[in-house]
Design a protein around this ligand. Structure first.
Ligand SMILES: Nc1ncnc2c1ncn2[C@@H]1O[C@H](COP(=O)(O)OP(=O)(O)O)[C@@H](O)[C@H]1O
Ligand SMILES: [Mg+2]
Length: 368
């Protein structure tokens, strides 16, 4: 059992606050990802959980036990960093064995532990190699091996894949997901890459400027982002935004004026805007379809990226530049052309003037 509970964590470095009242309950065996742009406080929060940094205020419990003032070693936690921090003069076996040697584990048991970790991480045929003779992915696996042998209650990872090339990152994502299943351990993983967060996490915490924006499952964040920040951060290619004004609201939702389409009712629960108030609409690229009636949103096609299974179309929607639509298959569109795009009204995300999302009506048959 290893739950992690954060209660109102605040952190100041001098006069700047880098973590603002973070509270979070992580379940036993959960894979939780902290995601957010560079500098938003992810590493600081991870180091506070590990005991390498002290919170200015707030409490941390691991397994129901208050550990805020406990030494890192007493917390039963192991941390893997972006820089692998391997000993260059030691071979793979000794690098993995290092924490066990420090703990003076008997030779036979030590060998068993190292061999088991090496097998899990497919390093058995590399045990005699020095780090300098390994690829980036193998080095990162050795660093993970060194943390596995300690059987920590909680694994902490700080951007462990950032130094790897794209193909290897994809492979290591799958490896880490498998590792999480086979070790049955609680894991907290920090990244600035929303694809890593979406593909690996049971639940994701989105951080922005030291504040918790939203904590939920990947699909929660994708379908029901609570703020414009989360909506724009989660999903690839990114959500497009249109600023407009609210024409009216009623119990069905909120009405806006859209180019060519005219008045459009957007189905949101208890619309939080007054008449003539500025609001923002968000549309995911994958929610556009080519209009068959010619009455959809006017879109000037500028650049095409044909991926085979889908076509990414970049251009200007009415007066909004830098829009992206993702059309199915090898779509019948051409550079320089003016096309019309349809969006199911239920697929619009609506944000009030402060960037807070209005809850969309759940229309299961429309929202899939
Ligand atoms: N030891 C420190 N002293 C002063 N400021 C720091 C220190 N460590 C981090 N910071 C600042 O705290 C903020 C959050 O940093 P960090 O947690 O490393 O962000 P992230 O990991 O999300 O990129 C940044 O503005 C960073 O400059
Ligand atoms: Mg960091």
């Amino acid at each position: 059992m290893a739950t992690v509970s954060l209660k109102s964590i605040n952190k100041w470095f001098g006069s700047s606050q880098v973590l603002n009242d973070i509270s979070l309950e992580i379940k036993d065996k959960e894979f939780v990802v902290f995601v957010g742009p560079s500098g938003c406080g992810k590493t600081t929060l991870l180091r506070i959980i590990a005991g390498l940094e002290e919170a200015t205020s707030g409490d941390i419990e691991i397994d129901g036990e208050e550990v805020s003032s406990a030494h890192p070693i007493e917390r039963g936690i192991s941390m893997v960093f972006q820089s692998y921090a391997l000993y260059p003069h030691l071979n793979v076996f000794e690098n993995i064995a290092f924490p066990l040697r420090v703990a003076k584990m008997p030779k036979e048991e030590l060998e068993k532990q190292v061999m088991r970790a090496a097998e899990t991480l497919r390093l058995t045929d590399r045990l005699q190699h020095k780090p300098g003779q390994l690829s980036g992915g193998q080095r990162q696996r050795v660093a993970i091996g060194r943390s596995i042998v300690r059987h920590p209650k909680v694994f902490l990872f700080d951007e462990p894949l950032s130094n790897l090339d794209a193909a290897l990152r994809g492979e290591m994502r799958v490896e880490l997901a498998k590792l999480h299943k086979s070790l049955d351990a609680t894991m907290i993983y920090v990244t600035h890459d929303q694809v890593e967060a979406m593909t690996m996490a049971d639940r994701i915490m989105v951080l922005s400027e030291g504040k918790l924006e939203q904590f939920g499952t990947p699909m929660d964040l994708y379908h029901r982002p609570k703020s414009k920040f989360v909506a724009g951060f989660i999903g690839h290619p990114k959500m497009n935004f249109i600023s407009t004004t609210c024409l009216s609201t009623d119990s069905f939702g909120l009405t806006v004026e859209l180019p060519v389409i005219g008045k459009q009712l957007l189905p949101v629960e208890s619309p939080n805007a007054n008449r003539d108030e500025e609001i923002e609409l968000g549309v995911r690229p994958e929610d556009f379809i080519l209009s068959e009636t010619g009455k959809g949103l006017p879109f000037k096609v500028e650049v095409l990226e044909r991926l085979g299974g889908s076509t990414l179309v970049y251009g200007t929607l009415d007066k909004y530049p830098n829009f992206c639509a993702m059309l199915q298959g090898d779509a019948d569109v051409h550079e320089g052309e003016l096309v019309n795009l349809d969006v199911n009204p239920a697929n619009f995300h609506v944000f009030d003037s402060k960037g807070i999302a209005m809850m969309r009506r759940e229309v299961p048959e429309i929202l899939e």
